[in-house]
Design a protein. Structure first.
Length: 255
């Protein structure tokens, strides 16, 4: 009796494994042909990103599943992201944003992003006379009839990252906002000097201590590129932050 039961269980397990392998092979073949549209998720993600209390509204053209070679993993992305203000003014248009979804939230019936990643933004970091730092975007673009980039969303996303995680809100699960291939300008009001980093990767990470920042920048200094690693932490309860930066030893002259 035991042997017969074991045989049935083994046959079921082998059948399920074969089905999983066949499904994985079919999915891999389909992804090799290009991204898979998951447009039925688009309105759900629009509601998640345009959460209650947000001053902006999000509209998406499509949601796709694709193979992300950089991370060597399956990746959800939303395309044609339009960000509008309360008065309907188009603040930004972002070609594509990669999204990580919370499995824990899905078990609660909530579609919630844990990670947002986009490429290409223009950011300005200002060091004030008192030594504090302020992150600024380009608010003039919408005023001149040109929508901005993903940087226009940062003030709203930073506000969510600075608040305590809230499992009842979709954006309460957000942990990481990452911007790649950004252009960063650093202005020091005390010295009057300005540095430009035409190549930068920036990550804003919510953790138990507050909002952590990690960045890698290629500063343009006198025709040379200096690689800088920077990190910072803003402690929400203390209301203060610290920033540190260290140059990498390799220098190269810009072509």
């Amino acid at each position: 009796m035991f042997g017969r039961t074991s045989k049935i269980v083994l046959e079921i397990a082998l059948t399920m494994a074969a089905l999983m392998l066949a499904t994985a092979a079919l999915l891999a073949w389909r992804l090799s042909e290009g991204p898979i549209s998951l447009n039925f998720l688009t309105p759900v993600l629009e509601r998640a990103l345009s959460a209650e209390g947000q001053a902006v509204r999000i509209r998406l053209d499509d949601t796709v599943l694709a193979w992300a070679e950089r991370r060597n993993a399956l990746d959800f992305s939303v395309r044609g992201v339009s960000v509008s203000g309360p008065d309907g003014t188009l603040l930004a248009h972002i070609p594509e944003v990669s999204i990580g979804l919370s499995a824990r939230a899905l078990l609660r019936g909530i579609v919630a992003p844990t990670r947002l990643e986009a490429a290409g933004a223009r950011l300005t970091v200002v060091r004030a006379l008192d030594g504090s730092f302020q992150l600024m975007t380009d608010p003039g673009a919408p005023a001149h009839g040109q929508p901005g980039d993903v940087a226009a969303m940062l003030p709203y996303l930073v506000h969510d990252l600075l608040t305590a995680p809230d499992p009842s809100r979709a954006l309460g699960y957000l942990r990481v906002v990452r911007i790649t291939d950004a252009e960063v300008t650093v202005r020091d009001l005390a010295s009057g000097r300005t540095w430009r980093a035409p190549e930068a990767n920036v990550a804003l990470i919510r953790d138990g201590a507050g909002l952590r920042t990690e960045a890698t920048l290629a500063l343009d200094i006198g025709g040379r590129r200096a690689r800088i690693d920077a990190s910072g932490l803003f402690a929400v309860e203390a209301g203060r932050g610290d920033l540190s930066a260290a140059p990498r030893p390799a220098w190269r002259r810009r072509d």
